[in-house]
Ligand binder design. Sequence first.
Ligand code: ADP
Length: 502
Amino acid sequence: MSSTQTVASDTPRRYQLFIDGKWMDAESGKTFETPNPSTGATLAEVAEADKADVDKAVAAARRAFEGKWSKMSARDRGRLMYKLSQLIDANSQELAALETSDNGKPIRESQYVDIPQVVENFEYFAGFATKIEGETIPVPGQMFNYTLREPLGVCGQIIPWNFPLLMAAWKLAPALAAGNTIVLKPAEQTPVTAMELGKLIQEAGFPDGVVNIVPGYGETAGAALASHPGIDKIAFTGSTEVGKLIAREAAQNLTKVSLELGGKAPNIVFADADIEQAVNGAMMSIFFNQGQVCCAGSRLFLHEEVKDEFLDNFKERASRMQVGNPMDTATHMGPQVSEEQLNRIKSYVEIARGEGATVLAGGEPPQLEGDFRAGYFFQPTIFSEVTNQMRVAQEEIFGPVVSVITFKDEEDLIQQANATIYGLSAGIWTRDITRAHRFAREIKAGVVWINTFNMFNAASPFGGYKQSGYGREMGKHALDLYTQVKSVWVDLSGKPMGWFGK
Ligand code: ADP
């Protein structure tokens, strides 16, 4: 049974910047609009941060870092984070509806994936606040040597539009647990839930300036943050292209950087796989979140022996997917996030045809009715007869578009699977456990899924090999991105040092 949800109000919402615990207009007075991608109607009008506002936010974050926040006990820090997780949980229905209205993802995904994982991440890292410890090192002689694990200071965090609130949580939670302060820049396409988070951060009682939120455009607010000499670290999730720009900006001040970038994941089906399960997995790997997922299984490698059976089943399932109103609980796929993304996907259909691939399913927008005719919808799309060298197999399309490549030989398969600039994730479907684990070792990717896909947990690290970035988010490894180690030496002998004392 399906039901349709709505957001509280149909008139556009208004948001100001959140700096130093206060809501304020941009210095320039400028605002920008964020549309609902399923109709194109304005969802919210948002203050547009620029360099002057980023300067203010960084200064506020510095004051908070040097002031109250660093004096607060780890336990109290953890309790604030735990309180925030509970507030998010209590507001989950509204946050899910807003996420779907701003991003276009199906309400079932916002409700059962995005928001619960936001809660999980804040809860998980709340527990870590009291467990960040140094070590004692057994150095020789009458010496005592220990380490302190300290926060970095002010962290800039730039996040994308595909999982707006969840990406904020992946970045904020470990940074806060470790005692840093933050300037967060949400994506211009999807600022709404980050601004709602600001309200809950205030309500939870975080000291002013610990978290500052500056919505705005990448080339202005984002670039001002990445190149700011007053930040100690920049964390970024987004395209590999922008990741390179950010690393270049950060290099001017040697600001520490972590990057979670694009992918072109191989999803591999062997002849001995449970085909029904593998088809399910392939659907989930490429059509979840309209394919706007950096770890999406966008290169589907099928063993020649099962190719026909698999594709018949896959094509039939893809064509039965419900594409439309994302607020309807029966919808599998909503609109792409923006017209720009929609046009990008359309251009890849032309590229695929030009390269000699076959459009086996989809390939165009669906026919929808009423207001949804103005939305940025696209059908689930399968390209077959693809070879790994084609652009559609090498470039990240970031839409519900999968390229099917067939294979015979395992060695050749591994070589092809690794023949990409990316290395974020990979999937394999087989009943042969030795093959599965052999593959897990041979594939150059930060995450491997065996007989499953798109599994995440706050305790499990996520991040890329090669040009998919560096650093691991989630799990205890995320704390390495937000702490630095200080080594302290103490002389226990009381004697003068070496020959200088003689
Ligand atoms: P996409 O191309 O999929 O929209 P981007 O990588 O461009 O993804 O965007 C991810 C985030 O990076 C967004 O918050 C965006 O505003 C920001 N961004 C884009 N360009 C820059 C830039 N030159 N400097 C800093 N941030 C940027």
